[in-house]
Write a protein that binds this ligand. Structure first.
Ligand SMILES: [Zn+2]
Length: 386
């Protein structure tokens, strides 16, 4: 019997830099509410997270960095001393209790991982996670601790698992990639807007891992204004080819929803069509290649009203083999429209004609297809030999 779990408590909303910051965990609450009001999430499916311990954080992060985050959150580390650790910058400002808030998010991803690996759940979802820019000794790009990287290290250490990490955030999943760049037991696959003009600038197709890890890092940088058709072609082909090549024990997917046309921080033209398909393709790969072991996190997503709640609900719906279409629950719209600065969507799907077609579409598609074949080149090469 398939039993997915939704890891949630209000502790996960403590991760809050300041009022004007684009990273806003209210989106997790909006997602939770949307699912509850759609009768797609019941009490028995919700699991309380725990806080990650210092020892668990140290699977990835330097002890000195963990201490720095604690001090910053207590108000005793400021200025240049904090900035050495990427703390107190414009992207990642210091806030009170930032160590605990961040450790809750890591603990939630670990909870999902444990439930899945111990057979207590088929799939596990932590919408608050996916902080993929966190580095070993430095905060970066709104991310303090890298929950996904810690969870992958934990899956390796505790369960001896080989992990496939799939990242569909519009930004390159750099923190996770660099954590396992030399590790042949962790395969990373990231599809993102090209780093030519977008943070963090990495994620080139030529980044393929190094030493023993060479050939286990896959990057698909796509052009600005990429639309659903091309995005999904690359993602679906790559997931299939990489999963059948790597044969993972478990898949961990990061589901940033910032590739959407409405997202204010990026320049892609992905719509709800992709956010419906992405988790279903990940689930299919998990079912086919690793006995249904799939852990999913959230990630970026800065249109918290019109995009993220629907996109992340789709992950949970996919885990439950549910499809919802047409109107969103009126109860959700009525509850949140007052607080929203934009008009909330009325349906699960985006309306047709969301954006004006651009003449460069065929050129972009062709360029992206070429990137795909470059990224998968060595898999195809090794297949030819056998
Ligand atoms: Zn992002």
């Amino acid at each position: 019997m398939k039993k997915p779990v939704f890891v949630y408590s209000d502790d996960l909303l403590r991760y809050k830099f300041n009022e004007g910051h684009p990273f806003n965990q209210l989106r997790v609450k909006l997602t939770y509410d949307l699912l509850r009001m759609s009768d797609a999430l019941n009490e028995s499916q919700i699991v309380q997270p725990r806080m990650a311990t210092d020892e668990e954080l140290a699977l990835i992060h330097d002890t000195a960095y963990i201490e720095a985050v604690k001090k910053a959150g207590d108000g005793t580390l400021k200025g240049a001393a904090a900035e050495n650790y990427g703390l107190g910058t414009e992207d990642t400002p210091i806030f009170s209790g930032m160590h605990e808030a961040s450790a809750w998010i890591v603990g939630a991803t670990l909870t999902a991982a444990e439930m899945v690996m111990e057979g207590k759940a088929t799939y596990g979802f932590n919408a608050s996670g996916g902080l993929h820019h966190g580095f070993r000794g430095k905060a970066s790009g709104f991310c303090v601790y890298n929950d996904s990287a810690v969870a992958i290290a934990y899956l390796k250490k505790k369960y001896g698992a080989r992990v496939l990490y799939i990242d569909t955030d519009a930004h390159h999943g750099d923190g996770v990639q660099w954590s396992f760049y030399e590790d042949p037991d962790v395969c990373t696959l990231s599809i993102h807007e090209t780093g030519r003009y977008l943070f963090p600038g990495t994620g080139n197709v030529t980044e393929k891992g190094q030493s023993d890890g060479y050939g286990y890092s896959f990057n698909l940088p796509v052009d600005a204004f990429t639309e659903d058709e091309s995005w999904l072609e690359l993602y679906e082909t790559a997931v299939h080819e990489v999963a059948s090549f790597f044969k993972p024990d478990v898949i961990l997917s990061q589901n940033g929803a910032d590739a959407h046309y409405y997202d204010p921080l990026t320049h892609l033209s992905v719509t709800m069509k992709s956010y419906h398909a992405i988790p279903r393709i990940a689930k299919e790969a998990a079912d086919r290649f690793c006995g249904g072991k799939w852990i999913a996190t959230g990630g970026g997503g800065y249109d918290i009203w019109r995009v993220v709640p629907r996109a992340w609900s789709e992950i949970w719906l996919a885990m439950n083999d549910m499809d919802l279409e047409g109107s969103l629950p009126m109860e959700w719209i009525e509850k949140w429209q007052k607080a929203a600065p934009v008009t909330l969507p009325l349906t699960w799907e985006d309306p047709p004609g969301l954006y004006k077609p651009i003449p460069r579409k065929p050129e972009i598609m062709e360029k992206n297809s070429l990137t795909l074949s470059k990224a998968l080149h060595h898999i195809r090469d090794s297949r030819k030999k056998t």
